[in-house]
Design a protein around this ligand. Sequence first.
Ligand SMILES: Cc1cc2nc3c(=O)[nH]c(=O)nc-3n(C[C@H](O)[C@H](O)[C@H](O)COP(=O)(O)O)c2cc1C
Length: 192
Amino acid sequence: MAIVKILVIPGSNRTGSFNVRLAAAITKELVLSEVDATRISLADFALPIYDGDLEAGQGVPQTAIDLKRMIGAHHGVVIVTPEYNASTPPLLKNAIDWVSRVRERGETSRVFQQRPFAIASASEGKFGGMRSLMALRQVLTLGCGATVIPQQMALSGADQAFDDMDRFKDERDTRSMQALVRGLIDVAQRMM
Ligand SMILES: Cc1cc2nc3c(=O)[nH]c(=O)nc-3n(C[C@H](O)[C@H](O)[C@H](O)COP(=O)(O)O)c2cc1C
């Protein structure tokens, strides 16, 4: 069987981001699971706020097409999102909105429908960004028709969660991450 390729997308570009740190830990776990894992930054896919007039006048920005193709080059995707006011941050939602507008060879949302997604979040708060996961699951499943695996990870107390080697201090967080990674690889292999 071909090697599984997984894309990891953090929903924050902030210096010192807890979600980038969690995304890095997940990427490492994917590599240890013998997966070809790539972590990107949405800073490399800069997009204006979605604007229907801009789309009508100039078309979808090339960066949205590039991001869609990047997703399409992988068998599964992990999105690691912060929680802003009980939902997903605009950086991430805007990227998803633009990608959902890319039409290549007449296709619509196939890039979301042909591969599984796993979702994770990190927050200093005690819910670990759980409400952003609920919102993101709705966007991906109802909005984009994606398969989002049931395993998810909400890392609470994210400012205290890692040791100085960037491992989780709490074994339960390690187990939660491993279940997420195993679940995604399993579904990705079945959808390949
Ligand atoms: C506009 C805004 C709204 C926020 N709302 C929430 C929230 O509803 N729940 C929560 O746990 N944290 C909230 N936070 C705190 C973020 O979780 C925190 O800034 C986190 O570090 C952002 O993720 P990052 O470290 O990956 O950049 C909010 C932060 C901002 C800037």
